[in-house]
Design a protein. Structure first.
Length: 410
């Protein structure tokens, strides 16, 4: 007997008890559907984490004014601006793997247009800021070196700020007041969305660094050229860990820090953050898949149970087939194919249920889901393996029946 003949006999046997077959397949359907849906949720979360981290800028190292000691008291990060514009220029000039180094300061204030106002983050930046952050413009132009050198009163708006001040109107060329100083809007940033830390990256205004210091945010009395942070973009393909070590060495030299002294700045490598959050999301994906796989095991036990019942019910049929020449292998193949057919049909329906479940989760819970083809193949293959594993014992039991005893069975 060939495999296709066994499949035909298996389908005919399943049609005899349609309700029982459907209930048996239900465990596999739920298991496969749950695996696909849960892995889709985990993969979607992982993809969201990756996109949010990358939205901060790829190949980016951020140098922030760090902890310093004053009269034996350790001050917190950012309490004193220890980085300067000259540090940024030195990093860009002396470290070959650095593409740009963009110093910046930050404050918060009211931006006013007409009778509307909006409290937002105000960034004083240089012309390299958008390149460092991989941040394209939606309209207008970016800040240029002439704006920074001339301390011009021009501004580039984020999407959230522009929406709250102008609605759907075009903001380009309009005059807004930032801390009571009039600025001309020259550009509109493309949307970045929420960062991995949960804040709205589009809720900001960019103005020239020199203008921010002299007209809006003010400067440090200790050092007028100090800045809050420096965003350093590394050239593609370069090792961020090595680049970070070179930057640290250069900044320590420039700040005249002796061996053994703490850094008075902090370097952050976003790749480390990305890897940590991706690993966390991956662990969650594996955990969800493992929980969902329990349903598949339960479905496999259901298949074994119903196949044992089927062998008992069809004992006389088995004896009759053996009497007319069917070998043990034929009987084994018949019942094994029947078990696998149950699992495979359940797997196909489960795939459809899993895809529908993923869409339902995205629609109702507003969670991002991402179903990869290899997840579908893996779930389907696991369902078939369940059929073989749990169907083998009943099939072997049927093949080992004594033909004479089987014919006598009532």
């Amino acid at each position: 007997m060939n495999v296709w003949e066994s499949v035909r006999i298996a389908l005919r046997a399943l049609r005899v008890n349609k309700l029982r077959s459907a209930l048996t397949m239900l465990g596999i359907i739920i298991g496969v559907g749950a695996v696909i849906a849960m892995v889709g949720v985990g993969a979607g979360a992982q993809e969201s984490v990756t996109e949010r981290i990358e939205s901060l800028g790829s190949n980016l190292i951020v140098a922030t004014s760090g902890s310093v000691t004053s009269s034996g008291v350790r001050l917190g990060q950012g309490t004193q601006y220890t980085l300067t514009e000259d540090d940024a220029a030195a990093v860009a000039r002396e470290i070959q793997v650095v593409q740009v180094a963009a110093p910046s300061i930050k404050g918060k204030g009211q931006v006013i247009f007409g009778n509307l106002n909006w409290s937002t983050d105000i960034y004083g930046v240089t012309e390299d800021y958008l390149e460092a952050r991989d941040w394209p413009l939606l309209a207008g132009r970016s800040l240029g070196p002439e704006d920074v050198d001339g301390a011009t009163k021009v501004a580039v708006l984020g999407q959230t700020t522009a929406l709250n001040l102008f609605g759907e109107a075009d903001p380009l060329g309009q005059i807004v007041r930032i801390q009571k100083v009039p600025f001309t809007v020259i550009g509109l940033l493309d949307e970045k969305g929420e960062s991995s830390y949960g804040y709205d990256q589009d809720d900001l205004v960019l103005i020239p660094l020199s203008t921010a210091k002299t007209k809006v945010l003010g400067t440090s009395l200790a050092n007028p050229r100090s800045v809050r942070k420096i965003e350093i973009k590394i050239r593609p393909g370069e090792d961020l860990t090595e680049a970070e070590a070179e930057i640290r060495t250069l900044l320590r030299q420039r700040h005249r820090l002796q061996p053994g002294n703490d850094d008075n700045f902090k370097l952050g490598n976003l790749t480390d953050v990305l890897e940590a959050k991706e690993q966390a999301a991956q662990v969650m994906t594996y955990l969800l898949a493992a929980i969902a796989s329990v349903s598949l095991l339960v479905g496999g036990i259901g298949i074994m149970n119903i196949m044992l019942v089927s062998v008992t019910e069809r004992t006389r049929e088995i004896g009759l087939r053996m009497a007319v020449g069917a070998s043990d292998q034929d009987i084994l193949l018949q019942f094994l194919v029947e078990a696998v057919t149950l699992a495979v049909i359940g797997g196909v329906v489960g795939i459809a249920a899993g895809l529908a479940g993923s869409r339902a989760i995205s629609y109702f819970a507003e969670w991002r889901t991402l179903v990869m083809p290899d997840t579908i193949v893996l779930a389907f293959g696991f369902a078939a393996a369940i059929g073989i594993f749990f169907g083998f014992y009943p099939a072997r039991k049927a093949a080992r029946l004594d033909p004479i005893e089987a014919l006598r069975y009532e």
